[in-house]
Design a protein around this ligand. Structure first.
Ligand SMILES: O=C(O)CCC(=O)C(=O)O
Ligand SMILES: [Fe+2]
Length: 356
């Protein structure tokens, strides 16, 4: 006989209770109604997600570099997403940041509750979160998270002890790779060398570390880890513990991503769409859950300086004859987004300049 389903009372699931504990409760054989999310989580398989070889951008022959610049441009234009290989960040650092993030989620609840978000500008936040769906109902997500601003000011949860050093190094290394990619993206967009660095004040660029913990879910089709969204920032870097779950949208279809060991998934995010005046699109993606294994992803969002005003690049506006996006201060954009999670609607829609 199927085990009796212990009904969850709405009061059992506070806005910021952690899904990990719920998923581990032995009584749980179905998804509590607060998590119910109409969901077709199927994704197509794709071998054609672009791959960008970072080492050839840095030290390839002129021909090799020209070819990879082209790969990078196509990836940003066609997919808004690519798999970065040979990036020079050590395998042990990638493993350490995943392990330290996992240790964070394994802390007692009271340690994590210290970071319950009180305001969107809190530099460290932790919880599980919810979204308002298209029917205007609040839906809880099947994931726990921790987020921390790590640059230009470094913040980090106190525990686990090892997280701080690992995160400092991961932030430095990813920042340097992101800046190099942005230089090359600037070249691909026909911008002068140093243009992006200067107008977005990348010496003080904003970086946000986020780790997501998706426990096994008894009914994966009835819940969602993270619904479709785009990211703030210029380039998001994502690594995971080898359990599949990230899907990206391409030509209206959802694709499962799979990435070679030690690679980094990169997506062109909202502020690159704005800067490029729409030449590069911020790709919609989502995280689906499974019934078998815990999935962990670690995300580093790389953006402009908090006080930089992000707008379409002047030379591109001249070429296109108009700007397609309103200017907005970077940190205001991020904090509006962090405080206002609406399924399927993005901040980008708000700052797009509609055709007359
Ligand atoms: O966990 C994933 O694969 C997706 C995470 C993500 O999109 C995010 O944190 O913005
Ligand atoms: Fe995302």
């Amino acid at each position: 006989m199927a085990p009796a389903i212990a009904p969850m009372k709405p009061s059992d699931i506070a806005e910021n209770s952690f899904v990990k504990a719920l998923a581990e409760s032995s009584a749980l054989s179905s998804v509590p109604s607060q998590f119910a999310f109409a969901n077709d989580s199927r994704g197509s398989h794709s071998d054609s997600i672009p791959i960008v070889d970072f080492s050839l951008l840095v030290s390839g022959t002129p021909d090799q570099r020209a070819k990879v610049l082209q790969d990078l441009d196509n990836a940003c234009r066609e997919w808004g997403f690519f798999v970065l290989v040979n990036h020079g960040i050590s395998e042990s650092l990638l493993k350490d940041i995943i392990d330290a993030s996992l240790e964070y989620f394994e802390l007692p609840e009271e340690d994590k509750r210290r970071y319950e978000a009180k305001s969107p500008s809190d530099p460290i936040k932790s919880g599980s979160g919810s979204v308002i769906n298209t029917a205007n109902h609040r839906v809880h997500l099947w994931r726990d998270f921790v987020k921390s601003y790590v640059h230009p000011e470094f913040h980090c949860p106190d525990k686990p002890k090892k997280l701080r050093d690992v995160l400092v190094e991961f932030s430095e290394k990813t920042r340097s790779v992101a800046r190099k990619l942005l230089q090359d993206i600037g070249q691909n967009l026909g911008l002068e060398e140093g243009y992006i660095d200067e107008v977005l004040k990348l010496d003080s660029c904003f970086q946000l570390y986020a780790a997501n913990y998706y426990p096994p879910c008894p009914q994966p089709d009835q819940a969602i880890g993270l619904p479709a969204h785009t990211d703030h920032g210029l380039l998001t870097f994502l690594i995971h513990n080898g359990v599949a779950g990230l899907q990206i949208q391409h030509n209206g279809e959802w694709f499962n991503t799979n990435s070679p060991h030690n690679s980094i998934l990169v997506n062109t995010a909202d502020h690159l769409e704005i800067l490029s005046n729409g030449k590069y699109k911020s790709v919609r993606h989502r995280a689906v859950v499974n019934s078998e294994a815990t999935r962990i992803s670690v995300v580093m969002a790389n953006g402009a300086a908090p006080d930089a005003i992000v707008r379409p690049a002047g030379p591109l506006v001249e070429q296109d004859g108009r700007a397609y996006y309103h200017p907005m201060k970077f940190i205001e954009y991020v904090e509006t987004m962090l405080s206002n999670r609406l399924e399927g609607r993005s901040n980008l829609d708000c700052i797009k300049i509609q055709d007359d």
